[in-house]
Design a protein around this ligand. Structure first.
Ligand code: SF4
Length: 333
């Protein structure tokens, strides 16, 4: 069988932009140095970075399980199948129990598990997480699913005619578009056409509201408008906070899109400024990507050991816990 050679092509996403803004070293390790770490013959340090970059933390894990469950439920409704909340909850619980068992043994170093989940940074770095915190993590999932089922969304989804469904969390292989010659990944959790004929993009959130989410859904709006050849100003965008039971509409108009495109162009230019060759997406030397001075960023970073910030991050966390109690909950999807 012929093997396809993968190339590390430049692309843009909101999460890439965030990593670039938060810590250039993490950005370099994530998008460049770990490249090829899936190969059996990869150098040991590259392999290590690759395994580490795939790890979740417990908050992003809870968020991704909720997203997977809601995606499966929507696909069932699209296919006309009925779904009970109790079954979805039971499936989520089994999934998380399996994930936990896999992660606590650090089996991610030697075994494949499932694509959206390999393991947890808490286990990799032996972080002392009380049982109560793990239980709370499950509660986050249960609560989000419970609210979703009690919200207006089940009735809305079941009322859609086949032609009104656009896509449901279709993944990286499907949901991308090109902007100024750059491949942009934008994967809406749910996109459909409402009864007035307006396309709607929806993003489920399990964390609290924060800045930057508007930007993410503006990208989804642009994607949907390009893929389905619909005027962008007709797109409606919604952020739905499943744990808070809140919905927030995001203004999509030509002014908002122009502002988004300007910020996108600036972000791409900054990222390209860190390359020695734009055509081949070849980065400058590692020394051009400094470690962040904000050690608080390192506390949840999967790369803290190979980066050399293991001790500094642990000390920072201990000091913070002494001074203020537990570290704040990081943002999640
Ligand atoms: S440990 Fe800190 S400095 Fe190192 S890559 Fe992670 S965030 Fe950046």
């Amino acid at each position: 069988m012929r093997r396809t050679t993968l190339t590390n092509d430049f692309s843009w996403s909101k999460s890439r932009h965030e990593k670039f803004s938060e810590c250039l070293r993490a950005y370099y390790l994530y998008y460049y140095r770990s490249w090829g770490g899936w190969e059996a013959e990869a150098p040991k340090d590259v392999r290590e970075l690759y395994v580490l970059k795939k790890l979740n933390n417990r908050y992003s894990w809870a968020g991704s399980v909720v997203h997977e469950c809601v995606r499966d439920v929507l696909l069932d409704w699209q296919a006309g199948r009925s779904v009970e909340l109790a079954d979805v909850e039971a499936r989520a619980r089994r999934l998380m129990q399996d994930d936990f068992r896999h992660s606590v043994k650090k089996a991610y170093w030697t075994q494949k598990h499932r694509k959206p989940f390999t393991g947890l940074v808490e286990h990799e770095y032996g972080e002392p997480v009380p049982d109560e915190a793990w239980k709370q993590n499950w509660e986050t999932v249960r609560q989000a699913l419970g609210w979703f089922f009690s919200s207006r969304w089940p009735a809305l989804a079941r009322s859609l005619k086949p032609a009104q469904w656009l896509e449901v969390d279709a993944g990286f292989d499907f949901s991308s578009f090109t902007l100024d010659g750059v491949k942009v990944f934008a994967i809406p959790d749910f996109a459909y056409v409402d009864d007035t004929g307006a396309p709607v993009v929806v993003d489920w959130k399990t964390g609290k509201a924060r800045d930057g989410y508007d930007e993410q859904v503006l990208g989804y709006a642009l994607y949907v408008s390009q893929r389905y050849k619909l005027p962008v100003e007709k797109v409606r965008a919604s952020l739905v906070y499943l744990n808070e039971g809140l919905e927030q509409d995001v203004q999509v108009d030509l002014a908002a899109m122009e502002a988004f495109k300007a910020r996108f162009a600036q972000s791409v230019a900054s990222m390209r400024g860190m390359l020695t060759d734009v055509a081949t997406n070849t980065p400058k030397d590692a020394t051009a990507f400094p470690m962040t001075e904000n050690v608080a960023m390192c506390v949840r970073c999967a790369f803290r050991r190979p980066c050399g910030r293991l001790e500094a991050a642990a000390q920072f966390q201990a000091q913070q816990q002494q001074a203020q109690g537990p570290a704040p909950t990081p943002k999640v999807a």
